[in-house]
Design a binder for this molecule. Structure first.
Ligand SMILES: C[S@@+](CC[C@H](N)C(=O)[O-])C[C@H]1O[C@@H](n2cnc3c(N)ncnc32)[C@H](O)[C@@H]1O
Length: 239
């Protein structure tokens, strides 16, 4: 007897994969990475993010999408910006609030941001865009709420650390990146075109090279550093 579609749905093996950021125990320890293993990387990444932020002269308000525990949201505030964060994970949003009691953190998905159009100057994504399965829709939604543009900080697909992550995944060893998609500068250029056509342009990009920030201060990007910063700027008409 042929199975009804409901019966065939029910007979499919259930996928019980729970991403790490939806696991309270892992979320509790997340901020600790910045004080340990990732302390140096954090400094270099902030340098790249500052170079990206410099592209948006006079910007005062920032929305950090996928803000996690608010590590970078708090940092933006120290730079004199008015910053707030949103995150899909209620555990992350709660942890962010507990680390910065006066901070504004909201539990919401990147595809449906609970803000009016053009509420912020710049929207940031820092090592979170990789986990978002509909990148074009996500960029369009960020562009709706940001007047001047978007900055992405990404785990660079064309780098040794990401090659290692991909090997680990292939051997079932690193669940943190299961279902993550890694981007290179080449892919970001084409994603920007597909998402915005001529409404936006890719204004600047930089990568960090570990263990030294080789080339970071020179105006010649190397495309192979571990962390890729990309600034997408709204054209005059939108800004
Ligand atoms: C590696 S953490 C980065 C957190 C923070 N930006 C940082 O760099 O410390 C990735 C974050 O993306 C969030 N995230 C994943 N998918 C999301 C989505 N669709 N919308 C909003 N946040 C999302 C996760 O909950 C997690 O907090």
């Amino acid at each position: 007897m042929p199975m009804t579609s409901e019966a065939s749905e029910a007979s499919k093996p259930k996928d019980d994969f729970v991403p790490w950021y939806m696991q309270p125990k892992i979320v509790e320890g997340y901020e600790g990475w910045y004080e340990g293993k990732y302390k140096r990387a954090d400094l270099l990444e902030k340098r790249v993010l500052e170079i990206m932020l410099d592209q948006f002269e006079g910007s005062s308000s920032i929305l950090e999408i996928g803000c996690g525990t608010g590590h970078f949201t708090r940092w933006f505030q120290t730079l004199g910006k008015n910053a707030m964060g949103v995150d899909l994970s209620p555990y992350m949003a709660k942890q962010a609030k507990s680390l910065w009691k006066e901070g504004d953190f909201i539990n919401a998905p990147s595809l449906n941001l609970p803000f009016r159009s053009m509420s912020f100057d710049v929207a940031f994504f820092i090592t979170c865009f990789e986990y978002m399965p509909q990148p074009i829709m996500v960029l369009k939604e960020a562009a709706r709420v940001a007047r001047k543009g978007i900055v992405l900080g990404l785990m660079n697909s064309w780098s040794l650390p990401t090659l290692r992550r991909k090997f680990q995944l292939a051997f079932g060893k690193n669940d943190y990146y299961r279902r993550a998609h890694f981007y290179s500068i080449g892919e970001m250029k084409s994603l920007c075109k597909k998402s915005f056509d001529s409404d936006y342009s890719l204004a600047k990009w930089r990568t960090t090279l570990f263990p030294k920030p080789l080339g970071l201060e020179r105006d010649t990007g190397n495309p192979f550093g571990a962390f890729l910063g990309v600034a997408l700027k709204a054209n005059e008409k939108k800004a």
